[in-house]
Design a protein around this ligand. Structure first.
Ligand code: SF4
Ligand code: SF4
Length: 384
């Protein structure tokens, strides 16, 4: 089994989270406001404009599941259970340090879980429209943005000005561009970076709380990788190129992403919430900020939306741009919306794009590693 070549200063995702605990503690002790968040639908700019730091509460780790199962049903997505388990058992320092929680009514499991979270800490739940195109969807979502603004103002006793919002939008758009450019290194063939490293850096960077420093780091690393491509990789043969689709993969990064590469293929892109999905779509800086935020965050291509045609369009673009040989979809156990969309995604990938597709359903345990390896190995062999 080949080993992935990683830089000497590489830090794994769990290690990055551990390091971030201390950074967040220091921030908190300096008097900084902290808002816990869960999802790509979260308008981070509103949190920034409240002079608060948004911190992701999406937990990983099998050890967080048993405390969750004391309250939640077993047949629930591991991401929801781990996030709830981490919060309820006080294992998640990010939850502990959050002044309040900001959540959205995405899938049924998450929105019902937030009802329990709301009993422990102030939890603002934004009501997400069930579809992006429904009549009144945008107007409703805009009201939700305004309600969040009011709640942040009341909670912290502050005023969030339009000027603050505009500054936050500009900064987050620059961050989006830096992340997108970094991900697009994966379009180079052969890729100068492993998908494992690519994904670990971005997911770990969610815990880099200084956005300017984060942008500078990503810009530097992107330039280094492009240089490496021209110096060492250009013109060399490529291993089969895989695009990951489906549920967020930060909880199964070792179990699936790393294994694909150890078994002989390159993960070059991610069409999920751990990838450039929303980074390609900046907030309009010319409009009234609340309208611009409502429009942008309603365009996220998540399976919780019905219908969700934007996902197939984005998938098609990524298959072409990243010169992909096969798509592997990761569905977290009991995630109904991604599981149901899977047939449509398979049909699109195999019939319209004409490349092989594999769907894997898994959770945060390691019990199915052997079975997953067998399926991944056979799929990669098929790609040649
Ligand atoms: S997959 Fe959907 S619900 Fe889950 S984090 Fe992404 S946008 Fe939110
Ligand atoms: S992976 Fe699916 S079930 Fe889990 S939180 Fe996201 S949308 Fe909900």
């Amino acid at each position: 089994m080949s080993q992935i070549k990683l830089p000497e200063d590489f830090v794994t995702y769990p290690e990055a989270r551990k390091k971030a605990f201390m950074a967040l503690k220091a921030l908190k002790e300096s008097g900084r406001r902290v808002v816990g968040t869960y999802c790509t639908y979260t308008p981070q700019e509103l949190v920034d404009a409240a002079d608060a730091t948004p911190v992701s509460l999406c937990a990983i780790g099998e050890e967080n599941i048993p405390p969750a199962e004391k309250v939640l049903p077993k047949n629930l997505c591991p991401l929801i259970k781990a996030s709830f388990g981490g919060a309820v058992s006080d294992r998640c320092p990010f939850y502990y340090f959050s002044d309040m929680v900001l959540a959205e009514t995405t899938c049924d499991g998450k929105k019902k879980m937030y009802e329990y979270l709301g009993k422990m800490k102030h939890t603002h739940v934004m009501q997400l429209p069930p579809g992006r195109t429904g009549e009144g969807a945008l107007a409703f979502w805009k009201l939700e943005m305004e309600a969040l603004r009011r709640d942040l103002e009341n909670f912290y006793g502050i005023t969030i000005t339009d000027e603050k919002l505009r500054q936050a939008i500009k900064l987050r758009n620059r961050e989006r561009k830096a992340i997108l450019n970094y991900y697009e290194v994966g379009t180079l063939k052969p890729s100068p970076i492993s998908g494992y490293e690519l994904n670990t850096i971005i997911t770990s960077n969610e815990y880099a709380f200084d956005i300017e420093k984060k942008i500078a780091f990503l810009e530097k690393r992107t330039a280094e990788l492009i240089e490496k491509y021209h110096a060492e990789c250009e013109g060399k043969p490529s291993r089969p190129r895989i695009l990951i689709s489906g549920c967020p993969t930060h909880g199964v990064i070792d179990k699936v992403i790393k294994r694909i590469e150890e078994l002989g293929a390159d993960v070059v892109g991610f069409e999920n919430c751990c990838g450039p999905r929303e980074k390609k779509d900046p907030v309009d800086e010319t409009k009234d900020p609340i309208t611009a935020l409502a429009e942008k965050y309603l365009r996220v291509n998540c399976s919780v939306m019905s219908p969700n045609p934007g996902r197939l369009e984005a998938l098609g673009e990524q298959i072409d741009d990243y010169k992909v040989d096969g798509v592997i979809e990761v569905v977290l156990m009991a995630c109904h919306t991604y599981a149901i969309e899977s047939s449509a995604v398979k049909e699109y990938v195999t019939k319209e794009k004409g490349i092989p597709f594999l769907s894997i359903t898994t959770d945060y345990s390691t019990t199915d590693q052997g079975q997953i390896d067998t399926r991944l190995g056979a799929f990669i062999e098929l790609l040649g």
